[in-house]
Design a protein around this ligand. Structure first.
Ligand SMILES: *Cc1c(COP(=O)(O)O)cnc(C)c1O
Length: 379
């Protein structure tokens, strides 16, 4: 056990959703896009997306990606173009849709899919592209203009926005993904900032796309319960919806708390001069409800050294997403571009603890351990 664990998920307390549970007992509706689920979807659109677009809940983001890809992909296409620097769920979802992941590099500062390589891939692969699956890395509000253009050209885009629920864009100060014509997939896993246990949501400006995803997520049933499209069961139960509603009510506090902790990290990193001594942070776009703190170790030190050093101080850290997807057995054989930035980052990425009770003193303790790295090895 660590004094300072990596995450300590703190989901909404039962007092806050017990009245919703009572409603379930009254209505005796337990699933199948029931009243609490519908209320949650409506509230998300009204409160988070200014009343614009449509959304459907899913049992997790992985199944959300599968449905979004299968309902968007071009039938003649072969590839799902995506960054290698993402979670395994993304290439797995492509595989379940009968597609081959095609891995691109990321950009050095914001860690989003390399846009120059993407343009080249679009030219080179043409109709072989079934879908493009960018990742809004660690919740950042990636610039969607290039993806809007691709959508307009008829190339479908599904955004893996697993960690971006609650992210506000820098320019328009609206929720990330609002107005996007392709699918935007969010995760509500317990370890994400909007954690409800297991869950997720697919948003799109395209009401028809959301309708098709909803239908595919309910066995592909038509209104006469005839399966008319390739489906599966992706529904959340009314209990999950009850928790999601209570989480939404309480989310403002979570958001502020997590932002404060991110600020503590910034202050302490500056105070210890670490950003001048080879450590670097992601260039974050917009206002993100951080899930954890990703940081790159100095060139002379690997992330494994850092994780070990932290562990010896009873601090737990991780290395998301190292290994990157193309380095994992399941995905090694797929085509990829040169991945210099990805290869570099996988050697240096460290995910530092973030949970809601972290105070500045604990953050200082973590940062001080990072600062002792050079002393340890050179001294
Ligand atoms: C968490 C995550 C997922 C998967 O979400 P689940 O809801 O656990 O299925 C997919 N992609 C990325 C980038 C993630 O971080």
């Amino acid at each position: 056990m660590f004094d300072i664990p990596f995450l300590r998920p703190n989901l909404v307390k039962k007092e806050r959703f017990s009245s919703n549970f009572e409603k379930i007992e009254e209505t005796r509706i337990y699933s199948n896009y029931g009243p609490l689920n519908n209320l949650f979807e409506e509230r998300v659109i009204a409160q988070m997306f200014d009343g614009i677009g449509s959304a459907v809940t899913v049992h997790n983001a992985t199944v959300g990606l599968i449905l979004a890809i299968s309902q968007s992909k071009r039938p003649q296409g072969k590839y799902a173009v995506m960054p290698s620097f993402t979670f395994a769920a993304t290439p797995l979802a492509a595989e379940w849709c009968g597609l081959e992941p095609y891995f691109l590099d990321i950009e050095p500062e914001n860690w989003q899919m390399n846009r120059e390589q993407l343009e080249q891939a679009v030219k080179q692969l043409g109709d072989e592209i079934a879908v493009i699956v960018p990742y809004a890395t660690f919740g950042t509000a990636i610039d969607l203009s290039i993806y809007n253009k691709l959508q307009e050209q008829g190339i479908p885009v599904v955004i893996d926005a697993a960690a971006s629920f609650g992210t506000i864009t820098p320019e328009e100060a609206t929720h990330f993904g609002k107005d996007f014509g392709g699918a935007v997939v969010f995760s509500f896993h317990a370890t994400k900032s909007f954690g409800i246990g297991e869950g997720g949501l697919v948003y799109s400006l395209d009401q028809d796309l959301i309708k098709r995803i909803r239908q595919a997520g309910n066995f592909g049933f038509s209104s006469s319960r005839e399966s008319v499209t390739q489906g599966l069961n992706s529904k959340i139960s009314e209990y999950t919806a009850a928790i999601a509603l209570a989480t939404l009510d309480h989310f403002k506090a979570v958001r502020e708390n997590r932002r404060t902790i991110y600020e503590y990290y910034l202050q302490e990193l500056l105070q210890a001069d670490l950003l001048e001594r080879g450590w670097s942070l992601q260039k974050v776009q917009g206002s993100v409800v951080h899930q954890f703190i990703p940081i790159l170790s100095p060139d002379a030190h690997t992330n494994q050294e850092v994780v070990k050093l932290l562990a010896s101080n009873s601090i737990e850290a991780r290395t998301y997403f190292s290994p990157a997807c193309h380095q994992q057995k399941q995905f090694q054989s797929y085509t990829r571009s040169t991945l210099h930035v990805t290869e570099h980052i996988t050697k240096h990425i460290v995910s530092l603890p973030l949970w809601e009770e972290l105070d500045q003193i604990i953050v200082r303790r973590i940062v001080n351990v990072l600062g002792s790295l050079e002393k340890e090895t050179t001294g």
